[in-house]
Design a protein around this ligand. Structure first.
Ligand SMILES: Nc1ncnc2c1ncn2[C@@H]1O[C@H](COP(=O)(O)OP(=O)(O)O)[C@@H](O)[C@H]1O
Ligand SMILES: [Mg+2]
Length: 518
């Protein structure tokens, strides 16, 4: 079988397998090579390609190409993931100085590095001595500091550390290239550090999605000489599923390549790609979501719902359309675009890919996507409204309330065959279901907790009139997982057009439409 040229595990370390980012690279080197040897802060989401970019910048061939004299520029990459609760500025400097010594050609600098490195405490005076020597020998130190938030968020690193580092970068031959998930100023453990002038030495450079041209070039050049080719339709499907996200795209290409190399028929190939990709991508989509605030989540949910509703391949929505549903779309979309979760087009905005849209809707309705290959609608699944009923009982009733509810229904609480509130709630639902008394249960629940949304079972629901805003809202809310009900209710209540939002939710949170687009 041909060797798969795509990888999605480790960062890219071979510059011939590194694609795109021309603009970011240009910015970093032009700041580095100007007379002030300025520092840069690369900011981007997890898995967007920051470490790959640092690896590329650090590669000797690349440095040479951009005119950094290898005899004078000492470039050192350090992964700061090892900075933990026990780390201190001295220990970090010991590590950095050792690495600098290893890479430095000038003997006098090496000697002083060795000496200072042995000291019990490395203070700013000692560091001044080191960098005096670096300057005197006409050397330039460039520190590539990956995951730098591990330092800014670590209380062991106080204002002193940052003042010292800033002073070295301003007055000596030292430049810093940091990577972090968000802008450093947002990732500080204290206000004293947040307001320190340290951050002024950096220009923030956003690391986002590939451009379409970069994504196409990445696929075409990766496939060269592999003996496998992707059709135009394949490439369109890849872009729909993964977007121009370097990691998602590598993973999707990897699975499609596998399917092609195994000669799977087209149908099976598409299924294989979708299910393998989904399994790989879910934890990362979940991570992006869990690192979004409520406003960002609503903007993402809005795009996901509109995408479902439109059913068009090209799910792009104009700002005014989005603002009709959610007034704060404007600010949120620019954040989300920087994070690579949203793509802007000349005529509007879209989610980065279909997989994220599908995941968001499932998250909101509390459906966990199954692992690869399993059907999403097994016949024996508990109906969603029963699950919701149980969850509501658990969330809105304490043990005492549950006893009272049972008493009003004429059910012996003690006889329910389970321990604890969750167990009793489950058994109460089962008991009522077996006796076909679920409508009684729902009615009694409404009496006890009138503010909670209680969904009728299919029999009663079918008889309910549709179309009115209140009905649409109630129906939509009954589909929303309890974890998100407050968020969604807040959205509807605060919107200019609650009716439109309710209807959008009602149509978009429809489980049966789950599998479109993928
Ligand atoms: N410039 C690039 N060219 C090709 N693939 C890339 C590039 N940048 C990132 N990738 C892909 O994305 C994955 C994650 O990249 P990585 O650099 O580890 O991200 P981060 O450090 O931001 O978490 C890599 O394993 C690789 O598959
Ligand atoms: Mg990384």
């Amino acid at each position: 079988m041909p060797t798969n040229p795509f990888t999605y595990g480790n960062p890219i370390s071979d510059p011939t397998r590194f694609y795109g980012r021309a603009h970011e690279i240009e910015q970093v080197f032009s700041r580095l090579c100007n007379p002030e040897h300025e520092s840069s802060s690369l900011v981007g989401e997890r898995r967007i390609g920051k470490t790959s970019l640092l690896n590329y910048l650090a590669h000797p061939d690349v440095r040479r190409k951009f005119g950094l004299d290898p005899d004078r520029f000492v470039v050192v990459y350090v992964d700061l993931q090892m900075v933990d609760k026990t780390a201190t500025p001295t220990r970090l400097w010991q590590r950095l100085l050792r690495q600098i010594a290893r890479n430095c050609q000038a003997e006098p600098v090496k000697q002083i590095l060795e000496k200072v490195r042995q000291e019990q405490v490395i203070d700013n005076f000692a560091l001044e001595d080191v960098f005096d020597s670096v300057d005197a020998q006409n050397q330039y130190v460039v520190l590539l500091l990956d995951e730098f938030e591990n330092v800014t968020e670590n209380p062991n690193f106080g204002p002193d550390f940052f003042y010292g580092l800033r002073s070295l970068a301003i007055h000596h031959h030292l430049s810093l290239i940091t990577c972090s998930r968000r802008e450093l100023i947002e990732l500080c453990h204290s206000d004293a550090i947040r307001s320190s002038p340290f951050f002024n030495i950096f220009a923030n450079i956003n690391v986002g999605l590939f451009s379409e041209a970069d994504a196409r070039q990445f696929i075409a050049l990766s496939l060269e000489g592999s003996g496998v080719s992707f059709s135009d339709a394949d490439v369109s499907a890849l872009f729909r599923l993964a977007g121009y996200h370097p990691y998602f795209l590598q993973a999707a290409c990897y699975f499609l390549f596998e399917a092609c190399a195994r000669n799977l028929p087209p149908d099976e190939r598409a299924r294989f790609l979708a299910s393998e990709f989904r399994e790989e991508a879910i934890p990362h989509m979940a991570d992006y979501w869990h690192n979004s605030d409520d406003h960002q989540r609503l903007a993402l949910l809005l795009l996901a719902l509109l995408r479902r509703q439109s059913k068009a391949d090209r799910a792009v929505f104009s700002m005014s359309q989005l603002q009709d549903y959610y007034a704060r779309s404007d600010q949120m979309l620019s954040h989300l675009e920087k994070r690579g979760l949203v793509v802007s087009h000349p005529d509007g905005y879209a989610l980065l890919n279909s997989a994220m849209g599908e995941w968001i809707v499932n998250e909101i309705i509390g459906v966990e996507l199954k692992a690869a290959g399993t059907d999403s609608s097994p016949a024996d699944q508990t109906p969603a409204y029963i699950t919701k009923l149980r969850q509501n009982l658990e969330s809105y009733f304490n043990d005492e309330d549950l006893r009272n509810l049972c008493a009003d229904l004429g059910v012996e609480y003690e006889d329910l065959p389970a321990e604890g509130k969750a167990g009793k709630a489950r058994e109460l639902v089962n008991y009522m279901k077996r006796r076909e008394r679920l409508p009684d249960l729902v009615k009694m629940c409404r009496t006890h907790r009138p503010k909670v949304v209680w969904e009728d079972g299919p029999e009663t629901a079918a008889a309910a009139p549709h179309g009115r805003a209140a009905d649409a809202l109630a129906e939509a809310l009954s589909r929303v997982d309890t974890r998100y009900q407050e968020l969604v209710m807040g959205w509807v209540a605060g919107s200019k057009n609650p009716m439109a939002v309710s209807h959008l939710l009602q149509s978009g949170l429809n489980v049966s439409e789950e599998k479109d687009h993928v």
